[in-house]
Write a protein that binds this ligand. Structure first.
Ligand SMILES: N[C@@H](CCC(=O)N[C@@H](CS)C(=O)NCC(=O)O)C(=O)O
Length: 204
């Protein structure tokens, strides 16, 4: 399997999940500014959407959309702790959070990375993110992780997007449960390995 990624991007979430499962995989780095691979190749030939992550399976089939890639990895590894069995309420709870992270958090960060997006709009998204993080923090006051006491693929995703807050000026002050969650997730061995592999921290 190959995971197409860009350092620190949302592709870090399935990367963490891959390391949590111990499945063998290869990383392929994509330059998102130019949409080129490390080898002189057009990334659009890999993913017409131009975005990471892409998981290329051993038979050459390519899967896109981070939350779904994470589900595929966990199902393949039979890791029902990371992604409960299909059809169970527990599975829907994890998917519910994945959808929240993708639609309410991830995509509200996107304009904050754009140089040509106006400041007034950016301020609106920063306020929206703060409000949504207050909701997330309240949930994390009840549980160690988003769906209870066990780390899941949704937690990996929340960790990755929340790491963008400092760089994009999103205010996470006085959200103590969220802060503890971030430290708890960062301390996981698989997370440290993924951060090192993407060049985001020096040593595990
Ligand atoms: N809907 C996609 C969105 C992925 C996405 O937004 N990827 C960003 C990085 S976090 C990206 O590749 N942006 C560059 C681009 O689209 O050109 C998913 O959930 O996987």
């Amino acid at each position: 399997m190959k995971l197409y990624y860009s350092p620190g991007a949302c592709s870090l979430a399935p990367h963490i999940v891959l390391r949590e499962t111990g499945l063998p995989f290869e990383l392929v780095r994509v330059d998102l500014a130019s949409h080129k691979l490390a080898q002189p190749d057009d990334y659009y030939s890999v993913n017409a959407k131009g975005s990471v992550p892409v998981l290329e399976l051993d038979d050459g089939e390519r899967l896109t959309e981070g939350p779904i890639i994470a589900q595929w990895i966990c199902d393949r590894a039979e890791r029902t702790d990371l992604m409960p069995a299909a059809g169970t309420m527990a599975r829907y709870r994890v998917m519910e959070w994945q959808n929240y992270v993708t639609s309410e958090l991830h995509k509200s960060y996107s304009p904050l990375f754009k140089r040509d997006f106006h400041e007034e709009g950016k301020a609106w998204f920063r306020r929206a993110l703060r409000q949504r993080y207050e909701y997330v923090d309240a949930r994390l006051q009840e549980n160690e992780f988003l769906t209870g006491s066990s780390f899941t693929a949704a937690d990996a995703y929340l960790f990755v997007v929340t790491n963008w807050a400092a760089h994009t000026g999103v205010d996470l002050q006085n959200l103590g449960a969220l802060d503890s969650f971030m430290s708890r997730v960062r301390a996981r061995e698989a997370v440290q390995q993924a951060l090192v592999a993407e060049g985001l921290v020096k040593t595990a």
